[in-house]
Design a protein around this ligand. Structure first.
Ligand code: 15L
Length: 259
């Protein structure tokens, strides 16, 4: 099996790569700057917005994990070009190459203006908090389109906060541990015939605010809980809109300004 990872030099991919390597699997790594390959990894450099690059990247691929793009707020022009247009280019290239499964990195910021509750369902309709959040909602819509038109299996993962450790108090709710990220993306790659799904990417955090049910239906079994870091986290708890809404500080960040 060959899996193409876009944005392979980025933060989430760097955590995922070692956790997704298997003896019978080749990882093809694509980014604008070349990531360090290991074992049977293949490396390609180029942009997800370049149809020629994407056609080459998708050749002989069984599944795509699309993580490429801006991972935070940016100008509308950049967000439109790299995140929205780039994701269409990726899906189009995958479809033309006969790739049957695509896993898309969505984000909690697609629903950043939803109120914090105990377990927000993964199929909650978009309430973006930034241009970045709009791009993630658009990516989910593009995935739905390519599934409905071409029968591709498309799973959108609304990632919470995927870092080595929970970033601050909010992270105690939103953390997706690197190991759980590995488990979740593995389930996305291997579960039989998922069709189109939107799932939350979150660990089994005591304080979690997202539903785990949809990802568990794919076979994901989270084993980590951010609570074990609670005593080490000393930043002040969010207040106001940052506490009230799922998107936390993104709900007040100036639109279009890199944050
Ligand atoms: C995201 O979507 C970002 O890519 C990441 O940098 C974090 O800000 C994360 O959301 C979060 O909400 O913690």
């Amino acid at each position: 099996m060959r899996v193409l990872i876009t944005g392979a030099a980025g933060g989430v991919a760097t955590l995922l790569r070692p956790r997704l390597r298997r003896p019978d699997r080749v990882l093809r790594l694509l980014d604008i700057t070349a990531p360090e390959p290991e074992g049977t990894d293949e490396v390609l450099t180029g942009s997800v917005t370049d149809a020629g690059v994407m056609a080459e990247a998708c050749r002989d691929v069984d599944a795509v994990i699309h993580l490429g793009g801006h991972s935070r707020e940016n100008s509308w022009a950049e967000t439109l070009d790299v995140n929205i247009n780039g994701s269409q280019v990726v899906l189009d290239a995958a479809q033309r190459a006969g790739v049957s499964r695509v896993v898309l990195a969505s984000s909690n910021h697609a629903v950043g203006f939803r109120r914090v509750t105990e377990a927000l369902p993964a199929d909650s309709t978009p309430r973006p908090d930034t241009f970045y959040g709009v791009s993630k909602a658009a990516i989910e819509a593009l995935g739905s389109l390519y599934h409905s038109r071409f029968g591709m299996d498309v799973i959108c993962v609304r990632i919470g906060s995927c870092f080595e450790r929970p970033p601050g108090v909010r992270g105690l709710s939103t953390w997706l541990s690197p190991d759980d990220a590995g488990r979740l993306f593995e389930a996305c790659l291997t579960c039989p015939s998922p069709g189109y799904r939107v799932v939350w990417g979150v660990s089994a955090n005591t304080r979690r605010i997202y539903s785990l049910a949809e990802a568990e239906a794919l076979g994901y079994r989270p084993l980590d809980d951010a609570e074990k870091f609670a005593a080490e986290i000393t930043d002040p708890a969010p207040t106001g809109d940052a506490a009230r809404y799922v998107g936390g500080p993104f709900t007040t960040t100036p639109l279009g300004e890199p944050n």
